[in-house]
Write a protein that binds this ligand. Structure first.
Ligand SMILES: Nc1ncnc2c1ncn2[C@@H]1O[C@H](COP(=O)(O)OP(=O)(O)OP(=O)(O)O)[C@@H](O)[C@H]1O
Length: 360
């Protein structure tokens, strides 16, 4: 039986090009990954100009992918063989050069003045990894730590929205990028380098190069801890971070649901293989308290992450409920940890635990 990836490729073969062939036969489809109900891939055009003309084709490719049974989310980016980064607001573009390659070799890209790097990871998308990252960053900053937050979710950066930041970072010398500051946290996101709602015009290797550059070309300054919000899964960005930035450790976020835990195990296996210590697990969306009647419901199951942590001999660092304020605060750009109330306290406890453990 054909797998989902093959079925998607068959659909994409229907997208013919005006000068002959289709995007599959012309080898333009790159980095196609299917994770659960989500597909992501890149269409690589020969030049940036052609890429720009291919927007209708990109949209058609997204529709074609979404027509495949079992696929509910599709993210398709356009890339080109060459071209320069354009500053959306005019002005000199920092040299996060579009079309750049990751630097070879094994030299470290770990910023010199950063004491600890914590990778926040998940197996599955949508489990709350970015929410946990931003709130943990804010909670640590409230405890007096010097905190950086790097949004390395290159295909779906959400920290600009969650931290309420939208201006483009400056680069006075065109080489080093000045990060932004919000809620006491120094932050940088690839989302801030891109035009909102525009497809990314990048070639595949740029994804790894971008992470290296965001580690080494951003003026992070002196930090006690840099929190890296990783993309979901076990891809190139994770590999690059673990091999080139020697993170202090990883925090793995999961919901209690079996399907999320299965993927979380894969992520943990990857960290073990890459010799990055797993510092603990965080259960998100662990329960729901009805504000009307006080009933507690376990919408995504109960205790799954705690049981997994016990099995693996790892600490369960927090069990965070489904909470409307958390979602609203994230959407509003003021993380719930910046306020008062039970969720701010829960994140403060998580932060305290990491500080006391010498991890942040
Ligand atoms: N504990 C929670 N209670 C309520 N809503 C939450 C909670 N945690 C996360 N959310 C909401 O769920 C959605 C997905 O969360 P988030 O973007 O943090 O997940 P993610 O794992 O980083 O996703 P992605 O894989 O897309 O990067 C967001 O709208 C967020 O506000």
């Amino acid at each position: 039986m054909a797998n989902t990836r093959d079925i998607i490729l068959r659909q994409l073969e229907r997208l013919e090009l005006p000068d002959g062939g289709n995007i599959v036969s012309r080898d333009m489809v790159r980095a196609l990954t299917v994770e659960g109900d989500q597909v992501r891939f890149v269409i690589e055009a020969p030049t940036p100009d052609i890429a720009r003309q291919m927007e209708p084709l990109r949209a058609a490719a997204e529709r074609a992918a979404l027509s495949v049974p079992g696929i509910a989310r599709a993210s398709v980016a356009l890339t080109a063989h060459a071209g320069e980064a354009k500053a959306p607001g005019g002005g000199p573009a920092p040299s996060l050069k579009i079309g750049g390659h990751p630097k070879g070799g094994q030299e470290s890209v770990r910023p010199a003045q950063v004491r600890s790097i914590l990778a926040v990871a998940s197996g599955k998308g949508g489990v709350g990894k970015s929410t946990v990252s931003s709130n943990l960053a804010v909670a640590l900053a409230r405890q007096g730590r010097r905190v950086g937050l790097l949004d390395a979710d290159i295909h779906g950066p959400s920290q600009p929205r969650m931290m309420g930041v939208s201006q483009r970072p400056a680069s006075p010398d065109g080489k080093m990028i000045e990060p932004l500051h919000a809620h006491g946290v120094t932050m940088m996101s690839i989302g801030l380098m891109l035009e909102a709602d525009k497809a990314v015009i990048w070639r595949g290797p740029m994804l790894m190069g971008a992470l290296q550059q965001m580690m080494s070309q951003v003026q992070w300054g002196e930090l006690d801890v840099l929190i890296v919000d990783l993309p979901p899964g076990t891809g190139d960005v994770q590999l690059t971070l673990c091999q080139r930035a020697a993170p202090t450790g990883a925090l793995v976020v999961s919901t209690p649901q079996d399907v999320a835990l299965i993927d979380a195990r894969k992520a943990m296996d990857m960290f073990r293989t890459l010799k990055t210590p797993i510092l603990g697990l965080i259960e998100n969306m662990s329960s729901f308290h009805c504000p009307e009647c006080g009933h507690e419901a376990h919408i995504f199951g109960h205790g799954g992450v705690g049981a997994e942590a016990e099995k693996l001999g790892l600490p369960l660092l927090a069990a965070l409920p489904i909470d409307l304020e958390t979602r609203l605060a994230g959407d509003a750009g003021v993380p719930v940890a910046a306020g008062d109330g039970p969720m701010a306290e829960a994140y403060a406890r998580l932060a305290e635990r990491l500080v006391q453990g010498g991890m942040a």
